[in-house]
Write a protein that binds this ligand. Structure first.
Ligand code: AP5
Ligand code: MG
Length: 216
């Protein structure tokens, strides 16, 4: 199974992918997570990428394509993976098609999680992320047992710099102009499915599972 989760910033891609990875033993490939991890490790790539991320802008296509290309070549991505946050431009989608064709592979499905703007803002403003393991929480919708501490690894929670209102606005604009056109690209190939993201975590997850069942 080779899946791509799409949707606007804050739609719930990361949250759903965390659960799908566990239940279906998929390899998670999230470009946002990879950039944040690289920044945490003080690598030049992560430091450079964070200059764009903080402002809510996209990291350059060639840099992003290259990290995905290297990641796809690892053994754990050979059979099953779930992409979240990549591709984000038509040019990245074409680069991904080329990479997969070289591996004699292709995407099984693209699942688009739809959410309205008000919910996006609420979700992003209340999001808190574990500094250590990257798990995502929400002050109101998914609180931790102990304030500010990750339930799983005990790491400290922080607010992503790109969850500040100015960056959020920028990310939404970029999503609409650069990423939304990708939906038509995948629809044309008959592999796009929509899931209503305005439901509870669990209901969204069940809707995704129903799509997967239909496909396999
Ligand atoms: P990335 O990390 O991919 O961010 P994003 O796409 O903007 O999406 P988010 O991670 O903000 O949201 P999500 O959909 O994962 O939602 P989540 O599950 O966390 O990218 C960050 C940046 O990196 C980009 O802006 C760009 O600069 C750069 N980048 C990354 N990929 C790139 C690429 N391919 N090319 C160029 N640049 C790239 O949920 C959000 C919150 O809502 C959480 O608090 C969660 O608990 C809550 N929530 C989720 N679902 C529900 C629900 N059903 N009900 C109630 N609350 C919910
Ligand atoms: Mg995410």
């Amino acid at each position: 199974m080779k899946l791509l989760l799409m949707g606007p910033p804050g739609a719930g891609k990361g949250s759903q992918s965390e659960r799908l990875v566990k239940d279906f033993e998929l390899t998670s490939i999230s470009t946002g997570q990879m950039f944040r991890e690289s920044h945490r490790n003080e690598e030049p790539l992560g430091i450079e990428a964070m200059r764009y991320i903080e402002r809510g802008e996209l990291v350059a296509d060639d840099i992003t394509n290259e990290i995905v290309r290297k990641r796809l070549l690892k053994e754990d991505a050979e059979r099953c993976f779930i992409l979240d946050g990549y591709p984000r431009t038509v040019s990245q989608a074409k680069a991904l098609d080329d990479m997969l064709a070289k591996m004699r592979s292709k995407l099984t499905a693209v699942i688009n999680i739809t959410v309205d703007k008000k919910a996006i803002l609420e979700r992003m403003v209340g999001r808190r992320v574990c500094k250590q393991c990257g798990l995502s929480y929400h002050l109101a919708f998914k609180p931790t047992r102990q304030d500010g501490i990750c339930d799983v690894c005990g790491g400290t929670l922080y607010q992503r710099p790109d969850d500040q209102l100015e960056s959020v606005r920028n990310r939404l604009e970029i999503y609409e102009s650069k990423t939304q056109p990708l939906l038509a690209y995948y629809k044309g190939r008959g592999i796009l499915r929509e899931v209503d993201g305005m439901q509870s975590f669990d209901a969204v997850y069940q809707a995704i599972c129903a799509v997967l069942k239909e496909l396999t």
